[in-house]
Write a protein that binds this ligand. Structure first.
Ligand SMILES: O=C(O)C(=O)C[C@H](O)C(=O)CO
Ligand SMILES: [Zn+2]
Length: 280
C-alpha cells in the first residue's frame, strides 16, 4: 500500500493554554491530508479517530491496515465514512463498486475486508476524504447522495453565518456504531461556521476545510470557551477538535467544510452552546 501515516496523542486544556503558534499547529492542524497517488492517514488518540485522504491516479489505491492498528485489515475493528471532494471516482468494497460524485458519501461497515479507491479520469482525480472510528458491530455499507442528506438551513445574512448543513452519515440516515459525518456550505457573503459555537464533551470532532478560494484562508477558533486560540487554515487542511474545545471558523470568503465526529452519544443536537459575547 502507498500510505503515509502519522500518530498524535491527546492534549489537556491546561497544557494547551501555554502553546505557541507552532506547537498549536503541530498538535491540531493536519496539513496536506490529500496527496496525489497516495493514501494518507493520521491516527489521533482523541476517541481514536483516524483521519485520512486518498487521491488515486491511473492505478487504484488499496486501504490497508497500518501497523498501528495491529489488524488483519483496515475495517476489522473499524467503521469508515468517505466523502469525495474531487472528480468522479469509485470505492470498491469487497468487490462491489460504489461510484461517488462530488460531495457524495459512502459509509463502510466494520468487517469489510477490502476497500479500494479509484478515479474515473486520472487527469481529474477523485479526492477521497475519510474518517474512521472503532466499531464493535457491523452495519451495512450505504451510499449517501446529496439528495439523501438531512438538510439544516442555519444562520442569517445579518450575522454573516448563513449556511447549509448537509447531514450525510447521521443516525437518521445511516446506522453506525459511533461515526457521524456531514458537509456544511457557507452562502456567499457569509463567513462564520458553527457560530454561535458549541462543545460536546461526549464526542471529539474533525473539520476538513475545502472550497476555500485561492489566496483566501479560514481562521479556525478552538480551546475552552474562556481560553480560545486560533489556527489559520488553508484549502484542504483539517483540524482536530478535542471534546473540551469549541470549533468554529471565520473565512476571508465563504467556503465549505466536512465535519466528522465520534465518541459516545450520536445525538447531533447534544451540544452545549456558548453565546458569542461569552467567549474569551
Ligand atoms: O456550521 C455548523 O454549525 C456546523 O456544521 C456544525 C458541525 O456540524 C458540528 O460541529 C456538529 O457538532
Ligand atoms: Zn461540533
Amino acid at each position: 500500500m502507498k500510505a503515509l501515516f502519522e500518530e498524535r496523542y491527546g492534549t489537556s486544556p491546561e497544557d494547551v493554554k501555554h502553546y505557541d503558534t507552532e506547537k498549536l499547529r503541530s498538535e491540531f492542524l493536519i496539513e496536506e491530508i490529500l496527496v496525489k497517488g497516495m493514501v494518507k492517514m493520521l491516527y489521533t488518540h482523541n476517541d481514536r479517530m483516524l483521519v485520512g485522504g486518498a487521491i488515486p491516479l491511473a492505478s487504484p489505491l488499496k486501504l490497508e491496515a497500518i501497523d498501528a492498528l495491529k489488524a488483519e485489515y483496515f475495517c476489522q475493528r473499524r467503521e469508515l465514512g468517505i466523502i469525495n471532494v474531487g472528480g468522479s471516482g469509485s470505492v470498491v468494497v469487497d468487490g462491489q463498486a460504489y461510484e461517488l460524485q462530488y460531495k457524495e458519501a459512502l459509509y463502510v461497515g466494520q468487517g469489510v475486508k477490502q476497500v479500494e479507491f479509484m478515479s474515473k479520469d486520472a487527469t481529474v482525480p477523485a479526492k477521497f476524504y475519510f474518517n474512521s472510528a472503532p466499531a464493535h458491530c457491523s452495519y451495512p455499507t450505504v451510499q449517501i447522495s446529496r439528495a439523501d442528506a438531512n438538510v439544516l438551513d442555519l444562520g442569517s445574512v445579518e450575522t454573516s453565518n448563513k449556511r447549509i448543513v448537509n447531514q450525510l452519515i447521521i443516525s437518521k440516515n445511516v446506522q453506525t456504531c459511533q461515526l457521524q459525518m456531514g458537509l456544511t456550505e457557507l452562502k456567499t457573503g457569509s463567513v462564520w461556521n458553527s457560530m454561535p459555537p458549541h462543545t460536546h464533551a461526549r464526542r471529539m470532532e474533525v473539520y476538513f476545510y475545502f472550497e476555500v478560494p485561492e489566496n483566501q484562508s479560514v481562521c479556525h477558533f478552538m480551546g475552552k470557551p474562556d481560553e480560545t486560540r486560533h489556527i489559520w487554515i488553508k484549502n484542504e487542511e483539517a483540524v482536530i477538535s478535542p471534546s473540551w474545545s469549541i470549533h468554529a471558523g471565520a473565512g476571508t470568503s465563504n467556503y465549505s467544510f466536512i465535519w466528522g465526529m465520534c465518541g459516545e452519544n450520536m445525538d447531533y443536537g447534544d451540544m452545549d452552546t456558548i453565546l458569542p459575547n461569552q467567549l474569551l
